[in-house]
Structures are given as structure tokens and as C-alpha cells.
Design a protein around this ligand. Sequence first.
Ligand code: GLV
Length: 336
Amino acid sequence: MSAIENVNIPSGNEEEADRRPLVLVHRLPRFALPFDMRTTFRLLDPIASAADEPHQDFLSRHAPSIRALITVGPTPVNADLLDLLPSLRLVVGSSAGVDHIDLNECRRRGIAVTNAGSAFSEDVADYAVALLLDVFRRISAADRFVRSGSWPRKPEYPLGFKLGGKRVGIVGLGSIGSEVAKRLVAFGCRIAYNSRNKKPSAPYTYHANVCDLAVNSDVIVVCCALTKETHHIINKDVMTALGKGGVIINVGRGALVDEKELVQYLTRGEIGGAGLDVFEKEPDVPKELFTLDNVVLSPHRAVLTPESFEAVREVMTANLNAFFSDKPLLSPVQYE
Ligand SMILES: O=CC(=O)O
């Protein structure tokens, strides 16, 4: 992932001549914008530009001109930041999830928020299916078996399971969940789902209650947004309902699953396996999971492909262009 380069902040006449709209890049040092938007926007990046000046002073100095900001990855947008930016009217998220943005504060201050829209949906859905196949067919475990030299010594390797015909319960049938469903239908799976509301156009069985969904599923794929309501939506009751052979795939956010309980259920063999791209305290992953061959672990990579970066760059650019020309935003986040 390449970082944007140090941003030259034009001043005086130079600034007047530069007609590109000014956009603040809000990021933690470890997250860089993985593409260049400087041909279209004048990017103000405090981290790249002002190594010696305290971040707050830098922001306060530029605050009157900042009407839009890009938040990179999960960099938090909270009341403290918004206090420093009284002219701000738009927050452009570079992710599908917006749990790092204080939506209530944004709404209260009349600040619009956009997210990645469906830019990542296909890649995340592919990854969810890949994790599921890996858990069912034990691909990563088989790879470890071969590399460790065990094959010649121990020709028997535990059987995996067939994916076709399995009952898959999707939690969150938004853009990502719908792509997961589409793919798994092609594998011959039977799809049901849970979401806040029944989707009249979705040809799948709806369960208003996640435990009911779990009782009727062999696999739960978690891909809803993380909110106060969905925090630990996959709890011990859901895991008990899913049962011994059940598999949990999480490509949403770590805190959608009660991770402590998940570890217990997996180590006691009370569910069948898990494929996890996200964790409650990233990058920390519970060590107990490292030795379990029925668990596939991934470092929050589901969205990351050069193709999805290009798609998100386009949607972010379109949102900013729309904002600066008073047109409707492309992927506004609906406030609750
Ligand atoms: O996790 C990644 C995203 O929300 O886009």
C-alpha cells in the first residue's frame, strides 16, 4: 500500500490560483491513503505536512477552510476532532463500515457522512466464501500438514465437508450479504437471513431473530454493520443454537461476535469451526485460536484488492465532487 506523498500547502497567490477543493486527510500514522487523489483535490495531511507542529494547532490553523475530510481506514472521527473543525460539512469514509465515525455527533452538527458504498462488496463476499470453503475443506490446515512433512508419515488426513446443500444463515443482507448469498446459491447452499427488516425483494427465508436463524443453519456468515444494537449479536445463545457442527464466518467487525464466548465454544468443541477476518481488539487475536485447525484466521484483509481500492477511490472522488458542486452525494450513510 503506498502512502500519499507529503502535501505541499500552497499559500498566498499560489493558493488563490489553485482551484482544486481543499480536503483534509484524517488518518492515524499507520494508515495511509492507498491511492492518489491530488490531481482533483488539494489534500491537507497534517501527518505528512507538519511533523513539528502539534496536530491540534495544525488543524486549528486550517480549520476555517476545511469543509470536507477524508477519514482513512478506521481512524476515529469523534466530537473532539469535530470541535476543532467548525466549518466541516462532509466526512468521506474510505471503508464500508462507519463504526469509527460518531454519527450522532455528525448529525447534530449537520455534517453529512459517506462510506465506501458497494465498492468493497464483491471482494468481501469472495473472501467470506473463501474462508467458508477453507474451514469446511480444511485447506489451510492441509497446507500446514504438507509443509510440515507429515504427509509421508501419516497418509490419513481428516475428511472435510461438502459445501453444497448446507444451510447458510446470513446476518445482514445489505450489499455484502447479498453478494455472499448470490455466490453461495451457485454452490448449492440454502440461504436464510436476518436483518433489521425483511427485504421484500430477497428470495430467501427471513428470520427476525438471530437465534432462530442459527437453529436453522449449518453456517452463520456475519456481515452486518456494527452498531449499538448489533454489538455481540452473535452471543452464546446464538452459538448454542448453531450447535456442534456449526461454523461462524465473520467478515463484518470483530465486536459483532462475543469473542470470549467464541473462543470457549471453539475450544470446548461446542461449535464446528470459524473463519475470522476481524477481531475485537485488532491486531490482537486470542492465542487460544492459534492451535485450532478448524479455525481460519485472517488479518482484516477481506476488502483489500487493487481493484477495490480503485472502486473506492472512484466513489470517494464522486462524493467529494458532488459535495463541492452541491449535487446529491453518491453513498450517504443514513442516520438511524
Ligand atoms: O473493513 C473494512 C470496511 O469496512 O470497509
